[in-house]
Ligand binder design. Structure first.
Ligand code: FMN
Length: 391
């Protein structure tokens, strides 16, 4: 129902994204989109590239006088760094010198370089990394900001935070929604100030060693209507769709819904969230280990999902690799790079969750205009109140 396609290379002229399926009448604030782009660029441990770029969207279509038209929304986000790469990235044929100047020769273990070279049959790894680069997530964040705008209209909001960087982690129980309001003030987007200091130290140590460091982020959505998703077919289960969306983020290697990482080591009676009822609140769940999803359907609790982000592959402390032309052993190539992208990955995870929830919402309600969508949802909510009581 809500789909998007991104295009653009890391050092090309721009990134672009087309988002289709938003109903007409959704208020769009360009400043809010740019604010999310800035949040994606930040976080302690980012490299030189993010100092060059000040990402901002140009709206090409689909929005008029601050509201969506119901037509496809197209955004352009220019790469300032392109100025320095014009001949290297030119669409027209160029002399060999332009190609050789920035040819990436020695595939980096953990990056897409080798797999992409084998897929496309090229020994010019630049042809691979320009699109494989996580610069692409800029366009996803812009698309996600549109989905967030839609969700806001039905009372749903999304936040994210960092739970771990290397050996430094947030201890204890669930971090409450309210505690997530200020995470953007933290250099590592962590709600626990003490853990944040330890995380910064982890990044400093990795940087000093010419190494990189990974971690864990959690993304949380509040106010999401119950009943989105379906158990009727495997590909309509919302837990699976969220997992795929989060796993598709560069460097994400594991995803858990709710307390999923602990589920294999816990017995049922201490894992599942009991169902209580009282006249004031209706149905209540004292815990939320299910992360707001049961049977692939939202149950009205907060949606919580975690993603494990691996240490990024570009390392000054380069690992062993091979020259794909000469087959000689070489140290892996080094491009200008980040040390830690975990805080930024949380912002991308917000965007991906918003896009999946927006899609599932439209699937449930339909509606060509926001007003139509809201009235359908009101009918659903009224029906749910008869079963579950006040909400
Ligand atoms: C926001 C963000 C920024 C990233 N920046 C870098 C980077 O500067 N250098 C790098 O080697 N990898 C970086 N990565 C990770 C790579 O893009 C990723 O490891 C690579 O595309 C291979 O994909 P995979 O790790 O999912 O297999 C970044 C990831 C994210 C989410």
């Amino acid at each position: 129902m809500l789909r998007f396609l991104t295009a653009g290379e890391s050092h090309g002229p721009a990134l672009s994204v087309v988002v289709e399926g938003l109903p007409a009448g959704v208020p769009i604030d360009r400043e809010a989109i740019d604010a999310d782009l800035r949040r994606r660029q930040g976080g302690y441990g980012r490299g030189g590239r993010m100092k060059i770029e000040t990402d901002s969207v140009e709206v090409l279509s689909g929005v008029r006088h601050g509201r969506t038209l119901g037509s496809p929304v197209a955004f352009l986000i220019r790469n300032k760094d392109h100025e320095n790469w014009k001949d290297v990235m030119a669409p027209e044929p160029q002399p060999d010198s332009a190609r050789e100047r920035r040819r990436l020769k020695y595939p980096r273990p953990g990056h897409a370089d080798l797999a992409g070279a084998l897929k496309y049959g090229t020994d010019d790894l630049r042809n691979v990394l320009e699109r494989a680069s996580a610069r692409e997530t800029t366009a996803r964040v812009a698309a996600g900001a549109l989905a967030k705008a839609l969700l806001r209209e039905v009372g749903a909001e999304i936040r994210s935070h960092v739970l771990r960087i290397g050996a430094a982690s947030v201890e204890g129980e669930l971090v409450a929604w309210e505690a997530l309001a200020g995470v953007d003030q933290s250099p590592v987007r962590c709600a626990d100030a003490r853990a944040a200091l330890a995380m910064v130290a982890e990044i400093d140590r990795a940087k000093k060693d010419g190494d990189s460091v990974g971690g864990v982020v959690e993304v949380v959505a509040r106010g999401v209507p119950a009943g989105l998703g379906a158990f009727a077919q495997w590909d309509r289960r919302l837990d699976g769709r969220i997992a795929q969306a989060l796993m598709s983020i560069h460097a994400v290697k594991a995803v858990a819904i709710g307390a999923g990482f602990e589920a294999g080591e816990t017995r049922g009676a201490s894992f599942h969230d009991e169902i209580l009822w009282d006249a004031e609140h209706g149905i209540e769940r004292p815990t939320n280990r299910a992360g707001g999803l049961e049977g692939g359907i939202t149950n009205g609790e907060e949606i919580r999902a975690r993603a494990v982000v691996k240490p990024i592959p570009t390392l000054l402390l380069a690992l062993r690799s091979v020259d794909l032309r000469s087959k000689e052993p070489q140290k892996a190539s080094v491009e200008r790079s980040d040390t830690c992208v975990v805080p930024a990955a949380g912002v991308v995870a917000e965007a991906m969750l918003a896009l999946i929830l927006g899609d599932a919402l439209l699937e449930k309600t339909g509606g060509d205009s926001l007003a139509e969508l809201v009235s359908h949802l009101e009918a659903t909510r009224a029906q749910q109140r008869t079963l579950a009581g006040p909400r």
